[in-house]
Design a protein around this ligand. Structure first.
Ligand code: FEO
Length: 179
């Protein structure tokens, strides 16, 4: 059974993952309004991934005899002044997520909760990818500032991103199916 301290920190994090989904889902709406359908697609895939991240923790907490506590989710921003500003926001947000995941890993190690240490390791690796993905697109967007038509090309590239269910047990829940 998971300790009360670890139950709380995992509950806080699963709510934060749903908050991440909320931010990216707001970016979907923003990019759709701007006619940037490739950017919207990329953020939609990101939204689905975040729902899976949160639900993986939700399912894990139940498996460990913990109680899932859903919190109120703060309202995300409605718009960003440019695609670059949105991806900078995404990158900064992911850096915060990384710190939080590392904190959970450190707390699990302190408590010698080897099961949680093992579970959270996937999230530690995932965060390396999350930060790198945002940084790569930030780099492309910075170059695009100097070349007309480049934004259109990036939008086309981002349109091909497809959702792949992460390898986290979901307990029969399929949040990746969000429309
Ligand atoms: Fe669930 Fe983007 O970290």
């Amino acid at each position: 059974m998971i300790s009360k301290k670890l139950e709380k920190v995992l509950n806080d994090q699963l709510n934060f993952e749903y908050y991440s989904a909320y931010i990216y889902f707001s970016m979907v709406a923003h990019f759709k309004s701007e006619g940037l359908m490739g950017f919207a697609n990329w953020m939609h895939v990101q939204t689905q991934e975040e729902l899976c991240h949160g639900t993986g923790m939700y399912n894990y907490l139940i498996q460990r005899g913990g109680k899932v506590a859903l919190h109120q989710i703060p309202a995300p921003p409605l718009s960003w002044k440019s695609p670059l500003a949105a991806f900078q926001n995404a990158y900064e947000h992911e850096c915060i997520v990384t710190k939080r995941i590392h904190n959970i890993a450190a707390m699990a190690a302190d408590e010698k909760d080897f099961a949680l240490s093992n579970f959270i390791q996937w999230y530690v690796s995932e965060q390396v990818e999350e930060e790198a993905n945002a940084l790569e697109i930030i780099g492309q967007l910075k170059m695009a500032e100097k070349a007309s038509g480049a934004l259109f090309m990036i939008d086309k590239d981002l349109a091909v991103r497809a959702f792949v269910m992460p390898p986290i047990p979901m307990g029969g829940l399929t949040p990746g199916a969000v429309a």
